[in-house]
Design a protein around this ligand. Sequence first.
Ligand SMILES: Cc1cc2nc3c(=O)[nH]c(=O)nc-3n(C[C@H](O)[C@H](O)[C@H](O)COP(=O)(O)OP(=O)(O)OC[C@H]3O[C@@H](n4cnc5c(N)ncnc54)[C@H](O)[C@@H]3O)c2cc1C
Length: 483
Amino acid sequence: MRRGQFLPVAVPAGLAMENQMQTSFHVHSATCGCSPENRSVGESDTRPRVVIVGAGFGGLSAAKGLAKADVRVTLVDRRNHHLFQPLLYQVATAGLSPGQIATPIRTVLRDQKNAEVLLGAVTGVDTAKRCVLMGSHAINYDYLVLATGARHSYFGRDDWERFAPGLKSLEDATELRKRILLAFERAELEEDHAARQRLLTFVVIGAGPTGVEMAGSIAELAHRALASDFRAIDPHLARVVLVEAGARALSSFPEELSAYTARELKKLNVELMTGTKVTGVDEAGVMLQGADGAVSALPSACVIWAAGVMASPVAKWLDVDGDRAGRVAVGDDLTVAGHPEIFVLGDCALAKDKAGKPLPGLAPVAKQQGEYVGRLLTALRRKPGSKRFAFGYKDYGALATIGRKIAIADFGKIRLRGFVGWLTWSLAHIYFLIGFRNRFSVALDWTWSYLTFQRGARLITGPVEEAAKPARQDGEAAGRKAA
Ligand SMILES: Cc1cc2nc3c(=O)[nH]c(=O)nc-3n(C[C@H](O)[C@H](O)[C@H](O)COP(=O)(O)OP(=O)(O)OC[C@H]3O[C@@H](n4cnc5c(N)ncnc54)[C@H](O)[C@@H]3O)c2cc1C
């Protein structure tokens, strides 16, 4: 097969030279037009180039799905690791270490000879010239897969982020871990009762799966793992408040499982406040508005945001309209209208199921979409011009954990809860983790924690001067706000 058959749309002649003039670096593609002598070692490969941006669930499975295709795969990510986000909350609450839920991308693709990995943040896409921009670098593509995921959204109140960080990256998780553990340390030094209570009040905003997991895990950390470790304070007195604007926790699950979750959270001493809106967040804590419209202050030194996400700026890069969450609408083959060579996957895509319902932002959706793109491009490469088959999502069910040994699972007709739900949740997460070492060490840590209630990663990293600062100042701030 000739190269040109893979990508029917011609790239303007001289494009490569143009790019070279504009940028300090140019990565060649099959159709970029550069002469062989201008290609350095490794650049003489003239197979069509599939550039994948993002090595999350979607991007990585697309790259792996192309292992047998006669293409050159270039996977770009601004981080050097693939992150298993569903277990981030365990890093944030000192249950697991960062290395247990992250794997270097190069390691994952080490044996895949047609794949290369580039570290860098993509800043835009030039669809006319078919190149991805990384600052002053440009990478030409024949096919482009955008799978850059999502970030937290503060619904226009970005000033809240400082006081209520969200959980999306390892840095977020270790920052939250620091804030949570520091709150106990600072409370141990604090003499003022109100200030101490503020330090021992943890507020989680948003009772979706991440909020429920965080709240349950902080409660268990305070009431079990740290219970005997302090002398001046009693960690049992820590308050964990889970605030939800909607009518129930885990609203994407059946009502019966939401009700069960609420009961289990209560047993863990988590205060679930449904029908409550957050109207303000600052260093003193949060302002809450109940269903009756009454506004009250809840002083807290540790507020965690688990309320909303916004897609990464793919819509802007492609100069198309995104939906309210910034997602780009894609067709049955996950490509963008008018661009059969551009695929958008995972959390930044607005893909619909057969009934026209948008697919949720979940790891299995992104993973299956990535696998689909791998299969589709492999098939197109083998049989150029063949009709594109459509993507179909297989929903295997949803899982959420509430505590150390309690979880819920919704498989349609079969619904699990309690310990059986937790076993199912644990096995599924261990299975989907990448690498034997991570699977083994996570299983070992969970068994240890299950038997002893202990957390193996209670480390405060980064500067801790704050811990020694007279905490009274914060107490005064909280008192002012709460008054
Ligand atoms: C705390 C948390 C808990 C979750 N729990 C669950 C769960 O229990 N079950 C479940 O199914 N789903 C869960 N999810 C959702 C799930 O993780 C996402 O749906 C999934 O990760 C989406 O995959 P993706 O490939 O679209 O994006 P991601 O996995 O987010 O990957 C995006 C990748 O793109 C890279 N990237 C971003 N911008 C750029 C750029 N400009 N240049 C280069 N690279 C870039 C990032 O570094 C990242 O590697 C959870 C998410 C979070 C945050």
